[in-house]
Design a protein around this ligand. Structure first.
Ligand code: FES
Length: 255
């Protein structure tokens, strides 16, 4: 079931020049949302923006009845959202899309790989896995240390490893070059981030026979399967990422 809600901004945290963390609350309890799902946030007041922006669910704080969205300020719409002040109302449609698969039994061999703003859904996924007894391992990649976000929050739910392209944090290079991959026989990999990164992770998983799910970030507008701008060519034909995804098992993709 989808909800259209007017949510109130409780906090707008500038994480770094290009990212904000928006925390939104509702007068009534927020609905159930699964890790990997996303929301469409309405952007008000700009003639040059589309109506809504798809943003993945970063975290849900049930005690405070807050849903968190990590937003990269890339264009008009996201910049508008980034300017929201405490007390402002943002109209949100949620939850949208499918979700990551939870393991049948708790495991300490689950790898969550995030790149750039693609680390956002990994926080909620990690929290939900830890809540069910698993010990997720996070591998987060970025250009430099400034682009690594929410490291302390991640550390609350599992071990955190990082790579940066300039070597300013963790191991220098790409996530698929990190030494943790040689040390643990992972059972399942979850990943979200830039497409080249996800393709490299998928290739690694395939070569090792590891089950792997990716969250695609195809261009989206409507978010409900109506505009067809988000289609991905799969083993089952063209599927809307917003409706049939955003999470896909790599076996389904023609990568
Ligand atoms: Fe419109 Fe997917 S965003 S069909």
């Amino acid at each position: 079931k989808k909800y259209i809600l007017d949510l109130t901004v409780t906090e707008n945290v500038r994480l770094h020049t290009n990212y904000v963390l928006l925390k939104l609350t509702s007068p009534s309890p927020l609905p159930e949302m699964l890790p990997g799902q996303f929301a469409e946030l309405r952007v008000d007041g700009s003639p040059t923006t589309f109506l809504r922006r798809p943003i993945s669910i970063n975290y849900i704080d049930r005690q405070r009845n807050e849903v968190w969205f990590l937003i990269q300020l890339v264009g008009d719409g996201t910049k508008r959202l980034g300017e929201a002040n405490k007390g402002d109302i943002i109209n949100v449609v949620l939850p949208l899309g499918n979700s990551f698969t939870m393991p049948e039994n708790p495991s300490d061999k689950l790898l969550l790989v995030g790149g750039g703003v693609g680390t956002a859904p990994m926080l909620y996924l990690g929290e939900q896995l830890a809540k069910r007894g698993s010990k997720p391992i996070f591998l987060l990649g970025a250009r430099s240390d400034k682009d690594l976000l929410q490291l302390e929050q991640f550390a609350a739910y599992g071990e955190v490893y990082t790579t940066t392209e300039d070597g300013s944090h963790g191991e220098k290079g790409y996530v698929t070059q990190h030494s943790i991959l040689d040390k643990v026989n992972f059972e399942h990999i979850y990943t979200c981030g830039p497409k080249p990164m996800m393709m490299a992770v998928a290739k690694y998983a395939k070569s090792k026979g590891i089950n792997c799910e990716v969250s695609l970030e195809n261009m989206m507008a409507c978010g409900i399967g109506a505009c067809l701008c988000c289609v991905e060519n799969t083993t089952e034909g063209h599927l809307c990422v917003c409706k049939e995804g955003p999470v896909f098992n790599i076996n389904k993709l023609l990568w």
